[in-house]
Design a protein around this ligand. Structure first.
Ligand code: PLP
Ligand code: COI
Length: 355
């Protein structure tokens, strides 16, 4: 039956796919929930969003997304606690970042209530799709793309905003080995590196394929000018622990301002861990690996949560990180996931209950 919640029209799917899903063995982003939120921009304004059955999109071959890559996206998660309450983690940060990304790609910005009320309504409709198992969550993918037509290389006059959801397990299986990049660049000064633009990821696939052929899972990007400073990984910000200090690079117009990254910085400081946000050279990391002061490296991101790095390659040499218990990665991962899943108090006010 169709209905309206939070002023949003809901057109229900005729059947559910949920009985085909093995919630005990979820991969990342492989199966999709029954509904999606859809909202169109036309005649100079965003039209009212609707929850509709998850479905294929009908686009003209000249739609500008195909030719000029005008698209941005976000990544978020919904968690279900043991009392079946549903929680989001800092969702307004994702909303704000989506609009920051959109602005850079000349895409019209979304009103906050369309994003937030649309998301909450979608989560209510697809509540059963939010996994309860530890380590699983409903991965949420809001995205906006140029659905307007024409070969003229200029911004489209029509856009589509969709939120699709995928019940998901972990992004990486096991520890990650990374290759520090010496030749290719992910982003440049004045470019779009700080935006979650689809093209940023397309540009990473080829160098990442080369790294995978060499036995690594991810590339660590270095600055485009000198390749001497660590920036971030393909889908995560990077933290390095030298002795007892946790170090991460500053954000810039080349680096995504990760929500997990800034939460980890705050959590680590609150735990009394010395944190430095500063430029981190590859030379410093390699020297620390050689003299034994490099204790940990880990990636941080919504999909990846906190992913420990087992080792890295640089200029044909391989370096292994030590293995030990009570790492910063494991204690900070527990701190952040306990807050996200309502297992611990939320002193920073990061959690939002969906009701
Ligand atoms: N860096 C890149 C390139 C990413 O794609 C992501 C994932 O969203 C991150 C960092 C981490 O950002 P966040 O913690 O907001 O998910
Ligand atoms: C996320 O962590 O949500 C991301 O967007 C990374 C993605 C490329 C899987």
């Amino acid at each position: 039956m169709n209905s309206i919640i939070n002023n949003i029209e809901i057109i229900k799917a005729k059947t559910t796919k949920i009985n085909d899903v093995d919630f005990d063995n979820l991969k990342f982003g492989h199966v999709f929930s029954d509904h999606m939120l859809e909202c169109k921009f036309k005649d100079g304004e965003w039209q009212a969003p609707k929850v509709v059955p998850y479905q294929a999109i009908n686009l003209d071959p000249s739609a500008k997304i195909f030719h000029y890559g005008q698209s941005v996206f976000e990544g978020m998660k919904a968690y279900k606690d043991t009392n079946e309450n549903v929680w989001l983690f800092r969702p307004l940060e994702n909303f704000k970042r989506l609009n920051i990304s959109s602005k850079r790609l000349a895409i019209p910005e979304l009103p906050e209530n369309y994003f937030m009320d649309g998301l909450k309504t979608l989560l209510q409709v697809d509540n059963e799709w939010i996994p309860k198992k530890d380590g699983s969550s409903l991965y949420i993918r809001p995205f906006v793309f140029a659905s307007g037509n024409g070969f003229h290389a200029s911004p489209a006059d029509e856009y589509t905003f969709i939120i699709a959801c995928a019940p998901s397990g972990s992004y990486f299986s096991g520890k990650v080995r990374v290759l520090i990049e010496e030749k290719y660049s992910r982003s440049a000064n004045g470019g779009v590196g700080f935006a979650k633009a689809g093209g940023n990821y397309a540009g990473q696939f080829y160098p990442t394929q080369l790294a995978i052929e060499k036995g690594y899972q991810q590339v660590i990007w270095t600055d485009d000018n000198t390749h001497e400073y660590i920036e971030e990984a393909g889908a995560m910000n990077i933290f390095v622990r030298i002795n007892d200090t946790l170090i991460t690079g500053p954000t810039s117009d080349r680096i995504l301002d990760g929500i997990t990254r800034k939460s980890i910085i705050q959590l680590a400081k609150a735990e009394g861990i010395p944190v430095e946000v500063r430029k981190l050279s590859v030379h410093e990391v390699v020297t620390a690996a050689k003299d034994g002061s490099l204790k940990e490296m880990f990636g941080a991101g919504t999909a990846a949560v906190i992913s420990p790095i087992a080792g890295f390659g640089y200029k044909g040499e391989d370096f292994d990180l030590p293995e030990f218990e009570d790492t910063y990665a494991s204690s900070l991962k527990k701190r952040i996931t306990d807050i996200q899943t309502n297992k611990a108090k939320d002193p920073f006010g990061w959690r939002l209950k969906v009701e």
